[in-house]
Write a protein that binds this ligand. Sequence first.
Ligand SMILES: *[C@@H]1O[C@H](CO)[C@@H](O)[C@H](O)[C@H]1NC(C)=O
Ligand SMILES: *[C@@H]1O[C@H](CO)[C@@H](O)[C@H](O)[C@H]1NC(C)=O
Ligand SMILES: *[C@@H]1O[C@H](CO)[C@@H](O)[C@H](O)[C@H]1NC(C)=O
Ligand SMILES: *[C@@H]1O[C@H](CO)[C@@H](O)[C@H](O)[C@H]1NC(C)=O
Ligand SMILES: *[C@@H]1O[C@H](CO)[C@@H](O)[C@H](O)[C@H]1NC(C)=O
Ligand SMILES: *[C@@H]1O[C@H](CO)[C@@H](O)[C@H](O)[C@H]1NC(C)=O
Ligand SMILES: *[C@@H]1O[C@H](CO)[C@@H](O)[C@H](O)[C@H]1NC(C)=O
Ligand SMILES: *[C@@H]1O[C@H](CO)[C@@H](O)[C@H](O)[C@H]1NC(C)=O
Ligand SMILES: CC(=O)N[C@H]1CO[C@H](CO)[C@@H](O)[C@@H]1O
Length: 711
Amino acid sequence: MMVTNQVHISHVKHPYPKTPLSRIPSPKLCPNKAASTLKPPRHLLFSSVMASCLSLLFLLSFCFSSFTSLSFSSDALLLLQKIKPALQGPIPPENLQLSSWNSSSLLCLWRGLLWSHVDGSPLRCDLPAVRSNLSLLSDSSLQLTSLHLPAAALAGSLPRELGEFSSLRSLNLAVNSLSGSVPLELGNSPSLSDLDLSGNNLTGSLPPSLWNLCDRLVYLRLHGNTLSGVIPPPATPNSSCENLAVLDFGVNRLTGEFPSFLTGFQSLTDLDLSSNRFFGELPESISGLFHLQRLNLSFNKFSGRVPESLGSKFPASAFEGNAASFCANCSPDSGGLSAGAKAGIVIGSMAGAVIIASATIGWVQGRKRRNRSRGAEEDEMAMEEDGNNNGDGKLVVFEGGEHLTLEDVLNATGQVVEKTSYGTVYKAKLANGGNIALRLLREGTCKDLASSSPVIRQLGRARHENLVPLRAFYHGKRGEKLLIYDYLPNRTLHDLLHETRPGRPALNWARRHKIILGVARGLAYLHGGTETPITHGTVRSKNVFVDDFFVSRLTEYGLDKIMIPSIADEMVAAAKAEGYKAPELQKMRKSNSRTDVYAFGILLLEILIGKKPGKGARPGEWVDLPALVKVAVLEETTMEVFDMEVLKGIRNPSEEGVVQALRLAMGCCAPVASARPDMNEVVRILEENRPRNRSALYSPADTTSEIGTPF
Ligand SMILES: *[C@@H]1O[C@H](CO)[C@@H](O)[C@H](O)[C@H]1NC(C)=O
Ligand SMILES: *[C@@H]1O[C@H](CO)[C@@H](O)[C@H](O)[C@H]1NC(C)=O
Ligand SMILES: *[C@@H]1O[C@H](CO)[C@@H](O)[C@H](O)[C@H]1NC(C)=O
Ligand SMILES: *[C@@H]1O[C@H](CO)[C@@H](O)[C@H](O)[C@H]1NC(C)=O
Ligand SMILES: *[C@@H]1O[C@H](CO)[C@@H](O)[C@H](O)[C@H]1NC(C)=O
Ligand SMILES: *[C@@H]1O[C@H](CO)[C@@H](O)[C@H](O)[C@H]1NC(C)=O
Ligand SMILES: *[C@@H]1O[C@H](CO)[C@@H](O)[C@H](O)[C@H]1NC(C)=O
Ligand SMILES: *[C@@H]1O[C@H](CO)[C@@H](O)[C@H](O)[C@H]1NC(C)=O
Ligand SMILES: CC(=O)N[C@H]1CO[C@H](CO)[C@@H](O)[C@@H]1O
């Protein structure tokens, strides 16, 4: 076994043997395979690929080396020599995921990869005997079938060799910082059916070879890059890409008319061309995409009319942000507004989902500053229609919000922070320079004032270190409601866990423990620390703010109780899509403290595993965190479910409370509600099982040294 390793290492040291060109055998990497998949009309393309390939001396010498060293898995070698350095980008710091691709570690421990044997059967890395097999690295018959490193802080570029894996079916490098262009050679990949490069910084135009993949391609996602130019048409006319279901080019800088060849892709179920620079009219033939379930053409420069069949099938938001004529079921009444109507315009018209970069929340004249003494709140709530009926609505302030006036609030300029079906959160700047967070509940979403005001008043009294305090409440004439909270500039737990941004602090176990303990304490307070228990209702990582000291603060608590039933249902449905919904909520709609505990359990798993629960990025994908843990426990690979960052620097996971936290999370996610612990118990268990290394919490050097650590 040692011999294998040594041979391999010594091989790696000489990746590019100096070889005369004449001795190079028919190289695997160059387009033999590609050629066989190309149809005659593509010969032009083929020769350009050939040319670029021939010009790459080093590439050819690599072809040679992989052919002569039959004792190595050529795909593994390709990964080590070409893919890893290119994806990694400038080092240091060394990429945590890619560092596992290492000639001295077991092949099964290389992150993000799936392999198959030559007969197509998958390599069973879940079996301990296979996992510990040292000879796999040198098994030349193993073939890479899947490379998934989403959100892995990859900072390099896409190497052309990505197109050379003969059995690679699925390539997902979404949400990284990859730059450069999509290499032409990727189009020659013989087996690729699922390509996701969304959320990177890819530039340049799409390679025409893309459609060489047409016959096998099922998913193609390039959302959120900086790709430009016209989408090249397939080399063969009337291509149907008959398996292609999802095509997402949204949020790029692509231009040109609607690519009419797309209407021949009959299997499309999802088509996103939003936020690009497409222009012109849609071809009538687009109506022939019968299987389309999701369509987004918003924020382009499309003109003309939306074909009726599309207009009736898809919401107006699928077409917004184009020429005025380009709208579904356009109604001609969207004319001028009187100056008087302007005041409440933003507040009132939440239906059209417009992205407002900066908007005046409202404007009210001549309102005098009121005496905001404590206790006034009760009177105001009691008075249904305040005598001061100039149509402004009412502002009720709570502790810490005494300085706010209606004028301040309505005159604040806002920036949309988050949008949901029932409302919008703004970051609003007060005239005096301070910031507040405004949660605007769309009219018609709340119960009437009489039944919602006692709940809101109760929320206004809740004060705890781990809650974002509600400072005031505005009730407008049209029934719209504004909840005014402290504005917390710092990030949500969701951002911290799932978004790689430069400057993101390292999330070692000590820090994660502090965050989750804060969440637990906040929930325990809501459930038992106030006169009437409050159910949070929407525990999820997006509703947890985390500051620079890893103090967490819950927001959006208690709101489901003031919503009308159909909106409360929508909130439950959203919780389901995000994977936080307790099983018993199928039957019963109202959240309670036990369903909060369930959602907390999922949140704790999310923190430990580093994966986003619920609906995955692709259709049909579902991340069931408790199931993931159960499988890992059965297969005795429990330690592998943890996010790598959690275990970093931890010698004994059960002494540091990591294992206990996993057990606790599974207890909280018990399918039977009565088997779940209550939040006080959760707090106790977390407090008793603390990480020992407290210095890991505050080590200042750690704050930025881990830029882009993967999740
Ligand atoms: C491979 O990993 C081992 C330990 O896991 C480490 O000592 C070695 O430096 C790594 N080699 C490379 C080339 O990254
Ligand atoms: C280890 O892998 C090699 C190469 O794939 C294979 O020939 C051998 O049978 C495997 N050994 C075990 C114990 O599975
Ligand atoms: C994307 O790339 C461009 C130029 O290559 C650069 O200016 C820009 O900062 C990059 N954006 C991100 C988010 O990395
Ligand atoms: C492509 O389709 C058009 C119209 O459907 C037809 O006239 C043309 O002959 C087709 N071309 C090929 C090569 O099939
Ligand atoms: C359509 O795309 C826009 C911009 O890319 C996005 O904001 C919007 O949420 C999308 N709408 C739907 C229904 O997916
Ligand atoms: C506000 O009202 C309180 C009594 O409710 C009174 O003592 C105080 O002087 C008033 N302040 C102003 C500025 O009117
Ligand atoms: C409110 O905003 C308007 C225009 O933005 C401005 O003219 C007015 O002075 C503001 N009122 C206050 C009290 O700041
Ligand atoms: C504690 O954590 C710090 C920072 O992560 C680390 O440098 C130190 O080695 C750790 N100490 C122990 C005893 O693990
Ligand atoms: C109020 C506060 O904590 N602000 C901090 C938010 O985070 C940024 C960096 O991520 C700091 O610069 C701010 O001071």
